[in-house]
Design a protein around this ligand. Structure first.
Ligand code: PLP
Length: 374
């Protein structure tokens, strides 16, 4: 039996449309800044991709700045908000490090907006905190990378707007997996990343609304309207555009995975607890915690059986930490045992079933060993 890849929230398999578009761009010569025919063709490729990425989140093409990924997009958003006069930062308790580290680095006072037991932002806390005044930057992710939990963004943005603040939305996990509309969500800036939706790694975008003035991220030739100097990554951008288009038309197909995911969760029964089960979630993300079955041991057992998943929080060194998301949700007891199972555009019902089979076998072996020791 072939290996099953269920770690799409870490990175998605590149879509064939993206491979084709990126390959074509690599086979074509031309710097988008050159005015001759080859340069104009490269420029046309970049601008067509910009249209596709803009359509993914319902903005005009001019709102999109291409850069190296979700991390750089959130860095640029935070830097820009600070330069534009924001004087305090509020970050959600389950944000990605791309946001929390940028906020810390800014030197501004940083407050953390708590989440409830399901992982949803505490809007009553936010409303109260915003009363303190100043010009706040509020950073709230649309969908969480570990649990898939979707924050009540439109409600949050109404509060931020009333306080005259800047709302930065990390939509890296949400875009391409659910319908995302920048304006309906009331965002000022939004981070996107190609490799989470079937595009190449190392390319992303920041969408910015009319209230957000972006700072210059790099000093140099003034590409991307001066916001991000450096010759554009044309193959990456072309692949991103193709993946954005394909994922937008594949949203309904992806939504079907919720039923397959929930069927597996039901099979595991009381052997594992689903985090965020009571909240709106991405359709293809399942976050589990099984008492006394350490995350890394689960991941290794499943890997040996040919099923690739991830521990809730894997840091860049490959080490596994207790899930900060579970901790923020008030589940300190569950945090060391969290795993994340995530599907994507190629995942089948059979893949989800196979995960269930393999996990139940691994858990039974683990329980038997524990009993022997006791
Ligand atoms: N934000 C979230 C929610 C993520 O899950 C990730 C990637 O894991 C990032 C940001 C960073 O994106 P990138 O890898 O494109 O820098």
């Amino acid at each position: 039996m072939g290996a099953v890849y269920l770690d799409w929230n870490a990175t998605a398999k590149v879509r064939p449309e993206a491979v084709e578009a990126a390959t074509l761009a690599m086979q074509s010569v031309g710097n988008p800044s050159s005015i001759h025919a080859a340069g104009r063709a490269a420029r046309a490729t970049v601008e067509a991709a910009r249209e596709a990425v803009a359509a993914l989140v319902g903005v005009k093409a001019g709102s999109i700045t291409f850069l190296s990924g979700g991390t750089e997009a959130s860095n640029l958003a935070v830097e820009s908000a600070v330069l534009a006069g924001c004087d305090r930062i509020i970050v959600g308790a389950t944000e990605h490090e791309a946001v929390t580290e940028s906020a810390k680095f800014s030197g501004l006072p940083v407050e953390t907006c708590p989440v409830d037991g399901e992982g949803l932002a505490d809007l009553a806390w936010l409303a109260e905190a915003l009363k303190a005044g100043g010009r706040p930057l509020v950073c709230l992710m649309l969908a969480n990378n570990e649990t898939g939990v979707i924050h009540p963004m439109a409600e949050a943005s109404a509060l931020v707007r009333e306080a005259g603040g800047w709302l930065h939305v990390d939509a890296v996990q949400a875009a391409g997996k659910m319908a995302v509309n920048f304006n309906a969500l009331g965002a000022d800036t939004m981070a996107l990343s190609a490799h989470k939706l079937g595009g190449p790694q190392g390319i992303g975008a920041l969408a910015a609304g009319p209230r957000a003035t972006l700072s210059r991220r790099m000093q140099g030739g003034g590409q991307e309207r001066g916001r991000r100097s450096g010759t554009e990554n044309v193959p990456g951008i072309a692949g991103f555009g193709a993946a954005a288009k394909a994922s937008l038309s594949g949203l309904e197909t992806l939504a079907a995975q919720a039923a397959w995911r929930d069927a597996v969760a039901t099979r595991l029964g009381n052997k594992a607890r689903v985090l965020g089960a009571g909240a709106p979630r991405l359709p293809q993300t399942l976050c589990l915690s099984a008492p006394d079955f350490a995350s890394d041991i689960q991941v290794m057992n499943l890997d040996l059986a040919g099923v690739m998943i991830s521990a809730g929080a894997a840091c860049s060194s490959g080490k596994v930490k207790a899930s900060h998301v579970a901790q923020a949700m008030g589940h300190d007891d569950l945090a060391p045992f969290v795993i994340r199972v995530s599907g994507g555009w190629e995942t089948t019902e059979q893949d989800w079933r196979r995960f269930g089979d393999v996990w139940l076998e691994a858990e039974a072996r683990h329980a038997a060993r524990r009993q022997k020791v006791a």
